[in-house]
Design a protein around this ligand. Sequence first.
Ligand code: NAD
Ligand code: WQD
Length: 334
Amino acid sequence: MKIFITGGAGYIGTHTCVELLQKGYDLVVYDNFSNSSAEAIRRVESITGKTLTLIIGDIRDEDTMMAAMEGCDAVIHLAGLKAVGESVEKPLDYYDNNVHGTLCLLRAMKINNIKTLVFSSSATVYGNPIELPFTERHPLQPTNPYGQTKLVVEEILRDLYRSDNSWKIIILRYFNPVGAHPSGLIGENPQGIPNNLMPYIAQVAIGRREFLNVFGNDYPTHDGTGVRDYIHIVDLAQGHIKALEALELPQCTPINLGTGQGYSVLDIVKAFSNASRKEVPYIIAPRRPGDIAEFYADPSFAQEFIQWSASKSLEDMCRDTWNFQFKNPDGYRL
Ligand code: NAD
Ligand code: WQD
């Protein structure tokens, strides 16, 4: 089976490519390298000892994409912009890349008669929790343009499926992906100052940044700091394969990929210090605007529907993040 992976050179993409190659799938990665590089793909090939087809292109370039996907059987769609703060500053870029880009992809798929799709949505589509854990039936009320683009795409996919139920579409709602491949060859490679907690902590531990700002310690959580459902990137990547393999079920279905377990910012700091044997100095800073106190998944639907559940611990997440950071102090730069 040949899979077309948009955004396959990125953080989630590279880990998904490794799992797919190891299971014997043929891959075509399509990426414009706006947040990645060919080095990431070279490392995927070195981990697996296998090769894939890499095509550099933008998902909004329909003609190039149409030619690139010829002969593929299914698509995993990961290409997109993902920074919440930036999406507030540049909403048009986000709608253009994430929504217009996805429309181009769906048209190209239709013309190529490829009707199997796994889409990377996000827990951010739920917005402020009305009740926890988040089940897939929770109301959808994203609070920022990035989340809105994910919701709009989900709605487009539901309409598409209603119009033609020979499409096989699975919508994956990721919680907070962290960690790296145990080889230490691939991992998250943020450009500039990391937006997210785990890469920030890793850069503090390696000495690239002086201290962590803990955004608020007065939330109604067990220690006052924000609680999230962190999920190891390898578990997440394997969720894509389970989803693909379950695609015989002709439904346009959203599925949470989370562990069901919430950890606070200070829980993560402590676990990371233990894993890296490094101090992670921090200060308590004001709350970050738009942050939610606490959220975590109800992962039971994934277990039932695609026979997937996360197996890696917080310790694994911290150890593998540190291993990647330690071996690649400046990211993929050689
Ligand atoms: P990433 O930035 O590492 O990977 C995205 C990849 O897509 C990059 O390689 C980038 O170069 C490519 N890309 C971006 N725009 C493109 C375009 N127009 N044409 C072709 N390629 C393009 O991000 P990631 O963390 O791997 O996220 C992958 C997907 O999962 C994104 O859609 C993101 O919104 C979604 N997601 C990520 C998280 C997270 O926390 N990492 C959580 C939920 C959902
Ligand atoms: C986690 C916790 C922060 C940085 C974001 C997106 C979401 C999804 C995953 C794509 C919060 C705290 C953080 C720091 C801190 N991405 N924190 N100091 O905000 O849950 O989710 O990434 O779909 O859509 O919103 O993740 O890692 O930024 O924050 O104290 O320097 O860490 O306040 O409590 P978040 P995060």
